[in-house]
Structure formats: C-alpha cells, structure tokens
Design a protein around this ligand. Sequence first.
Ligand SMILES: [Zn+2]
Ligand SMILES: [Zn+2]
Length: 177
Amino acid sequence: MTRYFLLAATTDDDLFGGFFESDTWAVARNLAIFFVVVLWLATAYWVYKDARRRVEDPWLVAMAGLLGLVPPFLGPIIYLFFRPPEYLEDVHERELEIRAMEARLAESDLRCPVCRGHVEPSYLVCPICTTRLKQACSGCGAPLEAIWQVCPHCATAVPPAGVTLDEPITRQQPGIR
Ligand SMILES: [Zn+2]
Ligand SMILES: [Zn+2]
C-alpha cells in the first residue's frame, strides 16, 4: 500500500511537479520575486518622495517612508488616507499671497488715529476731525512722512519737529472724549 502511494507520488511529480523543478520555473519564479521586490521598493520610495513634498517635520517624513516599506503595498495605501492634502510649496505660496494681500489692504486702509475715519496718504489733515496727520514740506507743500529727513519731491531738508505733529493731536483729543 505504502509502496503504491510512493509510486503514485512519483508519477504525480513526473506529470505535474516536473515543471516546478525545471529551470524555466526557477527562472520565472525568481523573476516574479524580483519584480515584486522592485515594486515594493518603488512604492516605498514614492511614499517617501511624496511625504517630503507634503510634510515639513523630517521625523514624520522618515515615519512615512517606513510606513511605505512595512506593511508592503498596504503601507502606501494607508499613507494615502492620512497624507496632508497640499504640497508644502502650495501652502507657502498661499501664505505669501495672503501676506501680500494683507499688506495691500493695510496700505489702502489708512485711518485717522483720533476719529478712525478713512484718510488718504496725501492728506495733511483729517477732513473729519481736523487732526493734523502729516507735516507739509516747507519747500513744495507735499505731505511728509514722520520719519523722513528730507522731502523726496523737492529735496528740502525736513526740520526736526515732533512737536508740530503731536501738538494738534493732543489738543484735539479732549474735544473727542
Ligand atoms: Zn480724524
Ligand atoms: Zn518738498
């Protein structure tokens, strides 16, 4: 009986197992393993590369790379669920745009320090509460910024005068309150 089974086993091996012992099978199997390993490493590398573009913290990038490796093939899918939705460069670009927009808004939204009324950069006096906003150039009459040392329009030197700027404002304040 045992002998019969052994015989049957050997015939089976000859019929079906013969292929699996052949060189063709060995080559095909090795090739398949090679491609699976290459695909595994490629997906892990892709996860690492993608994480570097989306995550700032180098430790989190390393963790993402590790997740790309283990568990094989499942890790990248898990990573896809949890990765940040935006690239870092897009985030930075948007932040820059917002900052520029805020600067533009602040520039166009000049307000009187006393009555908070809207004033233009060219105003010398607030038209609502008559607070003096800027000193006029003695040469050409252009409005001067408080920190300017010289008039940019006619090159007349600005006399050091914090008094002329502050005095009318302090005089106005009691009337407002
Ligand atoms: Zn005012
Ligand atoms: Zn001037």
